[in-house]
Design a protein around this ligand. Structure first.
Ligand SMILES: [Zn+2]
Ligand SMILES: [Zn+2]
Length: 356
């Protein structure tokens, strides 16, 4: 009978010496990888790029896996894989480590970022001798522009590509005689207008969605503002223009403004056409109050200790200079006590949209 030493020596004849010493049982012929057909074939995005903010690393990290023809991971592969932008909808530049060697058949790209916001980007993965792959589409969102982080917390503000999306139920964050008297938010009229007259409408919850350009741009052909919401205050209450109806001044409507200068229209949408007194009380007469649909900010009536009049402003009811929120300078509207109050001849910039 052969000794144990002799049997090991016999196995060693068909193995390399190193393998025989490491684990004699492991060298019995098979060279393929368990679970695969042994042929590296293609690349696949196994962690797809998600939506990201411009200039911020894609997280979780994108992973590309080397697969055989059956879609199994080729765990022995250390292939070098390169990522590039496929569909470059926004003309962006891809930064970060773009070529990575796979570990156990998987390459992880943890520092990729794209500098320009837009929707519908894709990435491609390529490696020598392997069929490449294209990722699913994703969006690169602009960072939240200055000022848009100042909405009250009940207002949802997100960025989709180059658009800021502001969602609000339109219900004021203060009392009003336009709540039902049984509602704890009911607050009897206590303003200073002796001619105040409650209109028949009552405040109702809305589903307002404002889509506002993240980077406002002036337009050579300004559009007149429509009736209905033309902007939104930082408390989520919509801003209306200076008209009660098509080219009808607010003369009579003004008497239905509550103590905070708001009132609801026929469907219960509370809004203000003039200075929103609750916002200026909480943020100051010179503070940022909200935004019009073109993305330009609306400020209070006071600037450098001077109360502005419409005559101090341009035809659109604004002007450009640096503000606390925009130290580089920006066009902005001002609220004034005299007509047209918030906006004049239309949007200074290209307006976004609003739905409800
Ligand atoms: Zn109104
Ligand atoms: Zn100003």
């Amino acid at each position: 009978m052969p000794t144990a030493r002799a049997r090991l020596a016999a196995v060693g004849l068909v193995c390399t010496l190193a393998l025989a010493l490491a684990a004699a049982g492991a060298c019995s012929g098979a060279s393929s990888i368990a679970g695969t057909d042994g042929t590296t074939s293609k690349l696949a995005f196994t962690v797809q790029p998600g939506n990201i903010a411009a200039g911020v690393a894609i997280s979780p990290a994108v992973q590309v896996t080397i697969q055989d023809a059956n879609g199994n991971t080729v765990t022995s592969s250390t292939a070098s894989i390169t990522i590039a932008i496929g569909t470059n909808s926004g003309g962006g530049t891809l930064s970060g480590t773009k070529t990575v060697s796979a570990v156990s058949g998987v390459a992880t790209f943890s520092t990729l970022s794209i500098d320009k916001a837009d929707t519908g980007y894709t990435l491609t993965a390529s490696a020598t001798g392997l069929t490449g792959s294209t990722s699913s589409t994703f969006n690169v969102n602009a960072s939240l522009p200055a000022g848009f982080n100042q909405f009250v917390t009940t207002v949802q503000v997100t960025v989709e590509g180059t658009t800021v999306v502001v969602r609000s139920n339109g219900v004021p964050n203060h009392g009003s005689p336009y709540f039902d008297p049984s509602d704890p938010r009911f607050e009897a009229y206590n303003g200073s207008n002796p001619n105040f007259m409650l209109n028949p409408n009552r405040i109702a919850t809305q589903a307002l969605v404002f889509r506002i350009p993240a980077s406002p741009t002036p337009t050579a052909t300004p559009q007149a503002t429509p009736l209905g919401p033309i902007g939104i205050g930082l408390n989520g209450v919509p801003i209306f223009n200076q008209y009660a109806g098509p080219n009808q001044p607010l003369t009579n409507e003004i008497n239905s403004f509550d103590q905070y200068n708001g009132h609801p229209q026929q469907t219960g949408m509370y809004h203000f056409h003039v200075e929103p007194l609750f916002i200026t009380a909480s943020r100051g007469k010179s503070g940022l109050l909200g935004f019009l649909l073109d993305g330009y900010p609306v400020y209070g009536p006071l600037e450098n200790a001077v109360t502005l009049r419409s005559a101090d402003l341009d035809a659109y009811h604004g002007h450009s200079h640096a503000t606390a929120d925009y130290p580089q300078g920006i066009y902005h509207y001002h609220v004034t006590a005299d007509a047209p109050y918030i906006n004049g001849s239309g949007f200074y910039g290209v307006p976004g949209t609003v739905s409800n």
